[in-house]
Design a protein around this ligand. Structure first.
Ligand SMILES: Nc1nc2c(ncn2[C@@H]2O[C@H](COP(=O)(O)OP(=O)(O)OP(=O)(O)O)[C@@H](O)[C@H]2O)c(=O)[nH]1
Ligand SMILES: [Mg+2]
Length: 677
């Protein structure tokens, strides 16, 4: 039991907020870092680590720069390049074409940006592609050793390739507007009372899927997205307007990850989907809101709450049904141009295709599929060789893969094996996807000669290959029909399994939501006293579950609501942490106590210190939420520094009645924190 003396003990602000003290000296974060490791005092009861979601976003991003112009020079040189065989690459330097004159060397360099290709090509297909010799663990071990080299190699990937399907952006919800102190002054209305209005809420940050986008290239130029801050309140109880909302448009198939730990936050797949990512800060309350029976003339108002901010990583995964994979120069783009209206660049050199091309193949009115022509794969692609994993992940979303094998190569079987191995090493699930093998360039003599042996080798392994000539279009229809068959088989199998899940989900959601709806309707009828204000969006009057509902198209025409606002909900829950949940740590070298807790820090941030009553309220809150009591228990001494959020205070043991006059022991836990509006 605390004595009466200790009860009146309270913290007294030695100066104004800490940021004022340090503005001319060092930033506060440095002060904390430099202090010795703090001792955690576990005897405090409501210990909860304040996991703040706010990322300071200090990381620089490479996407702010435009790629150097030289990075991409696609002017096709007049020189005729000899066809390059993968197996030859290791033996001879790239593009030492006998027909090429010395003057064209510089053009070749400009034309082919991969300076380190000789190192890449040291992986010969024939070496890795053997059936039984491959020790996957060994390959992985080797990979670890070469990680350092790899980083350098990745730099060879042109900037446009790095950026089109990946981006790092900074988003920030708007800060809330400040509340104001004002009094009604009107003729014949003496003692008009407080009339300071509340500040407006900061703008939200939304993400929306834009069907017209097919890459994340726009994020190379614009990476900062800040919602507007709420307007300040005004006299006559006028509340400030809401801050401007920000809508970040992304392409279908964008995966959003936390920039800090890389955790996947959400996937936005379907055009029109909209997700509330960051909520804006709450507006501060004006003095009209502080009016009470005991304080009819409050001279206090709050500051607006700071909006949440974070860095996000965006990653685009193509949403295609069929992915065409294979070694560089195998004829993937030629196949896509033969089966669809797409016109990808086709040329006789590796890595013609740097960005995936999409084409729509239609068999009938209702039988269409999207086919993606992916850049060429090299051995070691899973570790970043060639264009590497920059696009390997696109294959993850394809339901069926078509392997195009260059029949005119020296060892087509090895080429096929190497590509399979790369896929498996990148993601074992990829090798389990249904696939078709298309042996290409059968119009050439060297290719048709090897067809029989290739076919026999694969058939011995239970794979039925197709032969085709993408250039003359002979056999391409059979290949693509087989791919379509595999696709429809897979879709049917998926629909069968999903049907049950969807039905269960629908049933569950309809029951639960109906119950919630009824409760809210009854509560709403009982509590609603105000009429909807003009000018407010209809969304403001929706029930929460209606607001967060987004309908996702399902195969059989079913629709099921999916909550895409879970990130904002989670942030809101963290922000609304109870003020009683805090943690105290002690730095004995500097005699400093740190009180850390999301609730109490938010309270400090929203306290407007320019009003004298704010200080009294702050003291009262420290007493009531148990900070003072906990510090006394832990042995705080006269003159110790106590840091709460942005405030630095000095502890005084005092019996004088400077502290809150109405401090009572049973007030602990009675502090009410305003709820989210
Ligand atoms: N003779 C013959 N040549 C072909 C055939 N298919 C493709 N080619 C040629 O092979 C070369 C490469 O074709 P692309 O379609 O660009 O190959 P790719 O697999 O897309 O190559 P990358 O995009 O660099 O990975 C071109 O010169 C094509 O004309 C074919 O069936 N027969
Ligand atoms: Mg191509």
């Amino acid at each position: 039991m605390m004595s009466l003396t200790s009860l009146s003990t309270s913290l007294y602000v030695s100066s104004f907020p800490r940021h004022h003290i340090y503005s001319a000296q060092q930033p506060r974060s440095n002060t904390r870092k430099s202090s010795k490791p703090t001792k955690k005092l576990s005897k405090l009861k409501p210990l909860k680590t304040p996991s703040t979601p706010f990322n300071t976003g200090g990381d620089a991003t490479t996407y702010t720069r435009l790629p150097p112009r030289d990075d991409f020079s696609f002017d096709t040189p007049n020189t005729v390049f000899a066809e390059l065989k993968l197996s030859d690459v290791a033996k001879q330097p790239l593009y030492t074409n006998t027909t090429t004159t010395s003057s064209s060397d510089s053009k070749e360099e400009e034309f082919f940006p991969y300076r380190n290709f000789e190192e890449i090509s040291a992986f010969e297909y024939g070496n890795v592609g053997g059936d039984d010799d491959v020790d996957v663990d060994q390959v992985l071990d080797d990979g670890d050793k070469e990680l350092e080299d790899l980083e350098e190699k990745e730099k060879g990937v042109p900037a446009v390739m790095r950026c089109f399907d990946r981006a790092k952006i900074y988003v920030k919800g708007g800060d809330g507007g400040n509340g104001v102190v004002a009094f009604r002054r009107e003729k014949f209305v003496p003692y008009g009372g407080p009339s300071g209005g509340d500040g407006g809420r900061g703008g939200h940050v939304y993400f929306e899927v834009d069907a017209s986008m097919n890459s994340l290239l726009p994020f190379r130029k614009n990476i900062h997205f800040r919602a507007g801050r709420g307007y300040h309140g005004q006299g006559s109880k006028m509340a400030g307007a809401k801050g401007e909302e920000v809508v970040v448009k992304v392409a279908p198939g964008t995966v959003i990850k936390d920039g800090k730990d890389g955790a996947v936050l959400m996937e936005l797949l379907h055009p029109g989907q909209r997700a509330l990512m960051l909520p804006g800060g709450r507006g501060g309350r004006g003095n009209a809101s502080f009016k009470s029976g005991t304080n009819k003339v409050p001279k206090i108002a709050e500051k607006g709450e700071k909006g949440a901010e974070m860095w996000l990583e965006l990653e685009l995964k193509l949403v295609a049904d069929v992915g065409i994979v294979g070694a560089p120069n195998a004829g993937k783009s030629t196949l896509l141009s033969a089966i669809s209206a797409a016109q990808p660049t086709i040329a006789n050199y590796p890595f013609t295709t740097l960005l995936p091309n999409l084409g729509v193949v239609s068999f009938d009115y209702d039988a269409t599929m999207i086919v993606a022509d992916l850049p060429g794969l090299l051995e070691g692609a899973h570790r970043g060789f060639g264009l590497g994993h920059e696009f390997l992940r696109h294959t993850e979303r394809c339901s069926v893969l078509v392997h195009v094998v260059d029949g005119s190569g020296e060892q087509p079987e090895c080429e096929f094996d190497a590509v399979r191995l790369e896929l498996e090493l990148f993601n074992p699930e990829l090798s389990e996807k249904p696939f078709i093998v298309a042996y290409n360039k059968t119009d050439l003599l060297e290719s048709s000669e090897k067809w029989i042996s290739f076919k026999e080798t694969l058939e011995a392994r239970g794979i039925k290959p197709f032969s085709m000539s993408a250039m003359t279009r002979q056999g391409t229809r059979e290949v693509i029909s087989a791919a379509y068959e595999l696709l429809s088989k897979r879709q049917k199998a998926e629909m069968g399994a999903e049907g049950y899940i969807f039905l269960t989900l629908l049933l569950y959601s309809s029951i639960v939501q109906r119950q919630r709806y009824l409760i809210r309707r009854i509560a709403g009828l009982m509590l609603r006293t105000t009429k909807p204000r003009a000018g407010r969006s209809p969304e403001a009057y929706m029930l929460p579950w209606q607001r967060s509902r987004a309908l996702v198209d399902l195969p059989a025409g079913w629709t099921v609501p999916v909550n895409l606002n879970h990130v904002a909900d989670m942030l809101q829950r963290q922000k609304n942490a109870s003020i009683n949940e805090f943690e105290i740590s002690h730095d004995s070298s500097s005699c400093t106590w740190h009180v850390v807790g999301a609730g109490i820090q938010r309270f400090v941030q929203m306290t407007n210190w320019q009003y004298s009553e704010s200080l009294r309220r702050f003291q009262h809150v420290l007493e009531a939420c148990g900070v003072n009591k906990s510090l006394i228990k832990l042995g705080v001494k006269e003159g110790d520094r106590v840091v709460v959020g942005e405030m630095e205070l000095v502890w005084h043991d005092s019996n004088t009645n400077i502290g809150p006059s109405n401090t009572r022991k049973d007030q602990e836990g009675s502090v009410k924190w305003p709820q989210w509006k």
